[in-house]
Design a protein around this ligand. Structure first.
Ligand code: HMG
Ligand code: MG
Length: 333
C-alpha cells in the first residue's frame, strides 16, 4: 500500500498562507466579482484627531489606486468647521487630477451635502459625488443640522444638478440598523428614505451601519425588504462599521443576498465625528482576505494594500486595527 499512500500525499504545493494569501475555495451562491468602494481617505481620515497633510492624503489615494482599488472616495466638500480634517478638499482634488489617466477606470467620488458643496466640487471637475441622508431624525439633526425630511429636500437639487452635469450621485443612508439615540430603526423607515434617494436620481444607494450594531439576520431582512419594495439589488451597496466585530459577517450575509458593491476602509480607519460610538469601517484588507479566499475577484493586490495601510499607520502614529494587516505584517506591524 505504500504507492497509493504516496498518491494520497501529493508533492506539497507552495502554501498560499506562507505567501500571505488565502487559499481560494468557492462557495455557492456568491458573486464572481465584487467592487470595493474604498472610503479610507474620506470616512477614515474624517475621524482622525490629527490633521493629515494634504500631500500625505494625495499619496495615500495614489497608493490605493496603485494597489488596484478603482473607486476611492477622496474627500468631502462639507462645511470646514463641521469636519476640519477634510477642510483641504480644494487643495487635495487638483493633486489627484493625473490619477485617472494613470489608472484607467479609477473613480474618485466626493461627498457633498448641499448645493454649496456641489458648486465647490464641480468647480474642481469632480466626476462623482455622494449625498448622505439619515434614516433617523436625531442623526439628521446632528449630522446635517436639519430634520430628515429637510435634508432630503436639500439633496434633491444637488442630485438633479449633478446628474444634469453628467456627474453620477451616490446616495448614502446612515443609521440603517440602529441609532445610538433612537435605538433599533424600523426597516420600513429605512426603506422609505432609501427609495426616496433612488427616486431622486441617486445611481446607487449605500446602506450604512454607522455605529456597527447590525447582525447578519438584520442585513438579510433589510435587503429582502428593499427587493420586495421593487429596488433591484444591483443598485444597493453596503457600508459596515466594525464596532461590534460584525462587519465581515454582515458582508457575507449581504453577498448571499446578491450585493456586489461593498464599502471598506484601508487599514480599518474610520468612524463618524457626529455619531456617538461609531468606530472604524470594515477594513479593506480583512474584506479582501475573505473575498479572495472565496475566489471572488476584486482587482486588489492585497500585499500592496497592506503596505499602504502600514505606511498610513506610521503617518498616523498608531497601528492599523485591521486584523489582516496585523497578521500579514507580523513583527513589523
Ligand atoms: P448649516 O450650518 O446648517 O449650513 O450646516 P447652512 O446651510 O445654514 O449655512 C451656514 C454657512 O455655512 C453659510 O455660510 C454657508 O455658505 C456655509 P455664511 O453664509 O454663514 O458665511 N456652508 C458651506 N460652506 C462650505 N461648504 C459647504 C457649505 N454648506 C454651507 N458645503 C451642513 C449644514 C450640511 C453644511 C453641515 O451640517 C455639514 O457640513 N455637515 C457635514 C457633516 C459630515 O460631513 N459628516 C460626516 C459625513 S456622513 C458619514 O460619515 C456617514 C457615512 O459614512 C455613512 C455611514 O457610516 O452611515 C456617509
Ligand atoms: Mg461611514
Amino acid at each position: 500500500m505504500s504507492a497509493p499512500e504516496q498518491h494520497l500525499a501529493p508533492p506539497r504545493e507552495p502554501d498560499t498562507l506562507e505567501l500571505g494569501l488565502p487559499a481560494p475555495v468557492r462557495a455557492p451562491g456568491l458573486p464572481a466579482e465584487v467592487r470595493i468602494h474604498e472610503v479610507g481617505p474620506r470616512d477614515g481620515l474624517q475621524n482622525e484627531s490629527a490633521l493629515v497633510p494634504v500631500e500625505v492624503k494625495a499619496e495615500f489615494i495614489g497608493r490605493l489606486a496603485a494597489a488596484g482599488l478603482r473607486t476611492v472616495e477622496a474627500t468631502s466638500f462639507v462645511h470646514p468647521k463641521w469636519v476640519p480634517q477634510l477642510a483641504d478638499a480644494e487643495d487635495l482634488v487638483p493633486k489627484l487630477a493625473g490619477l485617472p489617466a494613470e489608472y484607467p477606470g479609477l473613480r474618485l467620488p466626493v461627498l457633498v451635502p448641499n448645493e454649496r458643496g456641489l458648486d465647490r466640487a464641480l468647480a474642481h471637475h469632480v466626476t462623482d459625488v455622494a449625498v448622505f441622508a439619515s434614516a433617523t431624525e436625531t442623526f439628521a439633526r446632528r449630522n446635517l443640522n436639519r430634520s430628515a425630511d429637510e435634508a432630503m429636500a436639500m439633496f434633491q437639487p444637488v442630485v438633479q444638478r449633478a446628474t444634469a452635469a453628467g456627474v453620477p450621485a451616490r446616495g448614502y443612508l446612515s443609521m440603517c440598523f440602529g441609532d445610538p439615540w433612537e435605538g433599533p430603526v424600523p426597516p420600513a423607515q429605512v426603506i422609505g428614505f432609501g427609495v426616496r434617494l433612488l427616486e431622486m436620481g441617486c445611481t446607487e444607494l449605500s446602506l450604512g451601519d454607522t455605529i456597527g450594531v447590525a447582525t447578519p439576520g438584520q442585513v438579510t431582512a433589510l435587503l429582502d425588504g428593499f427587493v420586495r419594495a421593487g429596488v433591484p439589488v444591483e443598485r444597493l451597496a453596503v457600508h459596515f462599521h466594525d464596532t461590534y466585530g460584525q462587519a465581515l459577517s454582515n458582508t457575507l450575509a449581504a453577498l448571499r443576498s446578491g450585493i456586489t458593491v461593498v464599502d471598506a476602509s484601508a487599514g480599518g480607519l474610520g468612524g463618524c465625528p457626529y455619531a456617538k460610538s461609531a468606530t472604524g469601517n470594515l477594513a479593506t484588507e480583512d474584506l479582501v482576505w475573505m473575498l479572495h479566499g472565496l475566489g471572488i475577484r476584486t482587482g486588489v493586490d492585497l500585499r500592496a494594500l497592506v503596505g499602504t495601510s502600514a505606511w498610513m499607520a506610521r503617518k498616523l502614529g498608531r497601528p492599523s486595527p485591521s486584523r489582516a494587516v496585523q497578521a500579514l505584517l507580523g513583527d513589523q506591524g
